[in-house]
Design a protein around this ligand. Sequence first.
Ligand SMILES: Nc1ncnc2c1ncn2[C@@H]1O[C@H](COP(=O)(O)OP(=O)(O)OP(=O)(O)O)[C@@H](O)[C@H]1O
Length: 947
Amino acid sequence: MLKALTSTCCSHTSFGANVQRHVTFGDLTSPLLRVLRGQNRKSPYVFRRFFCSDSTDGSEPVDPEVKRVELSEDEAVADSKASSAIVSTAFRPEDYLTVIALPLPHRPLFPGFYMPIYVKDPKLLAALVESRKRQAPYAGAFLLKEEEGTDGSELEKNMYELKGKDLFNRLHEVGTLAQITSIQGDQVFLIGHRRLRITEMVSEDPLTVKVDHIKEKPYDKDDDILKATSFEVISTLRDVLKSSPLWRDHAQTYTQHIGDFTYPRVADFGAAISGGNKLQCQQVLEELDVHKRLQLTLELVKKEMEISKIQESIAKAIEEKISGEQRRYLLNEQLKAIKKELGLETDDKTALSDKFRERLDPKKEKIPPHVLQVIEEELTKLQLLEASSSEFNVTRNYLDWLTALPWGEYSDENFNVIQAHKILDEDHYGLTDVKERILEFIAVGKLRGTSQGKIICLSGPPGVGKTSIGRSIARALNRKFYRFSVGGLSDVAEIKGHRRTYIGAMPGKMVQCLKSVGTANPLVLIDEIDKLGRGHAGDPASAMLELLDPEQNANFLDHYLDVPIDLSKVLFVCTANVLETIPGPLLDRMEVISIAGYITDEKMHIARDYLEKMTREACGIKPEQVEVTDSALLALIENYCREAGVRNLQKQIEKIYRKIALQLVRQGAVGVQLQPDELKAKSGSVSNETVIVEGSDNTAEAEIVVDSASDQNPNSTDQSGTSEDTLEAEKIHESETLEKVLIDKSNLDDFVGKPVFHAERIYDQTPVGVVMGLAWTSMGGSTLYIETSQVEQGEGKGALNLTGQLGDVMKESAQIAYTVARAILLEKDPENPFFTNTKIHLHVPAGATPKDGPSAGCTMITSLLSLALNKPVAKDLAMTGEVTLTRRILPIGGVKEKTIAARRSDVKRIVFPEANRRDYDELAPNVKEGIEVHFVDDYRQIFELAF
Ligand SMILES: Nc1ncnc2c1ncn2[C@@H]1O[C@H](COP(=O)(O)OP(=O)(O)OP(=O)(O)O)[C@@H](O)[C@H]1O
């Protein structure tokens, strides 16, 4: 603040430096003292330059030497010439009664102080230069009055535009006689001398005014009040200056001598360096009563003191804030050191080691010795490493994994076959093969006393419950369940882990599994094993082999862990949609259980007993609120969800129940809305407010109104009766309005839309040349037609065209069929030249679906013969079987799927190869129901059946 204050006296930094040079208080100490005491009359300029009290008194003439010191060397030379011609008495300040008026924008100039100003008006500047040359270096400095409604910045701008009378009117009457010490460019340096008062204007441009020199009113130097006030000003100034380190030196110099100043000087000095605004300063300047002036100054410096205190406290607060953090850090460090010294706390490393040892201790007996050894070595290494090194982190993470694994921890297995059976039945309908296999596994475990790790592979179309049965098996065996999908997995590191040297290295899935389940005998479900990716670095299939092979996995080596772990107690269950894509060696180690898909009857059971129940609970609907009829369910299965699995069926059921939930909530909303009406009828004591809300749609609002009715009269028994009635009414109403939602075949459309599934059966009566075959895909079995048609006829035009996105095997199969059909026709009707003279087109719809495989061989022959003989084939007959050139029928795959598909398409008779008789015999009776199967090993038998 003081810096700012002082710079107001010399408000330009460039000039500030100048001032510093002139006003070096340390240097001036003795001359100033002497001048103030009137001892050194020879060189009064030093004093005058700083504090011109003698000149302002009017007792001291200005020495021409004063000027010489202030001028530059050139000016001094010129000046010396000029001065020789002018009488020195011409420079007495009190002789100046007409002066050029200089406007001051910011602060008044106090006697004894420097002030640089800029003079932008060239005429004025020229006049000042001229007057200096004429040995009359004095002007009047007057503070400019502020125009109403303007701020300071505009004042300076406008100042240069003010001229003559306007300027005159804007000047404060009282100002200072200012000596022009030097002029550099448009910068003029002034020293204040004595107070002036404007009496009249003399000329306009530059503004020249007549002035009176004014003096303070006489005062008694020994007046105690005056003395006390001035001392108070001095002591306050001393305090202010002391608290500001920047001005401490100056303060010392000043305060040493300030006692020698006259009272008016002390007042002027205090006001000049204070931070008072320009009007306050002007007030001090205008005040001629010394006591009053001192009081005004005292006010200003006291204020300065307060500001200085605030400044100090702000600085202190900030300093404290910054150093606080640092202090806390240091204290913390000290605290740590002290604690360590006293043995109260160990350092990070020891704490870490202790944590790991704590983990190890309870299972130390079960940990294999070689693993224990590695752990001990690593723990020792941890102590030797620098805590901030990367190696330390690697070792810490490694130890974390090693100690977190469930070494020798097993969950108590369930060997109770009956209980396991119950659990399996609870979760899934049917799936007898799978369930039987699991029960066998449990039985063996019970007899042996321990269970073994095994690999079961569940294969089948999507949505038949492969994944969910895996979870159910874990529940039945009381093992922890962990599932991970290897579909598209191409990085071996996912299975075997990264080597520890890599940044961000992680162990493989199996180690992660063991850590997360916390037991060494979980059930691990490896999903989508048929979609295992082909790795660019390493072969994931081989890694899987190591993981799954019971011979190898007792010592499974994870790259990260680097110590063998025993996975032989883990039960692996894999799922796959097709077996073909599973790598041979892997498949060889698995026990495959295929789940073929469900027939309508099974789907009905699953929907009724499992999916519906599950969905109903998930939607929060009570069994009595809804009824889905058998016919609706049947229609849903037959017309909407004809695929092998039940996932789509589940989705449709969920759709139905969501719609029911919405319907119920809507009904409920209507019910509560009507409530106030009912209450009115019942109790007749509902306030008017209720009536207002009658018919409102907003349930919440209606409820609030009823509440407020009871609030109004809390003690009334009538009212409490009303709230009970409310609940009662709610219940009655709910049961009345919430009608049971009935879903029947007729309104099924409203819930699930129109059927999307059109019958696979294109023809009601198969025309000539069209025969139904049976196919099998990863989505399950399906029926498909083989169509043949005649393109053109002519001598020797016999040929065969194939369409329908057939694969190579199927194309070859068609060629074989063509040959066999020709041979058979030759046998049956030697005269018939059909194949020789007819170009035939064979197509397999739908054209957009790629098809392959040899199993449509016998269907193709039948189709070609039907066309050649111009005889349609029985409509309820479907066939499948690969044919050799010698007409033998070879076995096919997917007997169950094909049977199910045939039943879906209302086929009554199926032709299967004789070699598949065993597969068929194994099918559950409900799958075979209503089907007449013919097993054939030669095409001739099919010919008899078809025609
Ligand atoms: N036999 C069944 N009894 C009861 N629910 C079943 C049965 N089969 C399947 N589900 C139900 O069908 C849904 C789909 O089953 P899941 O997800 O296990 O099929 P998935 O065979 O694993 O299919 P994907 O091959 O696509 O993985 C599950 O909610 C499951 O509960």
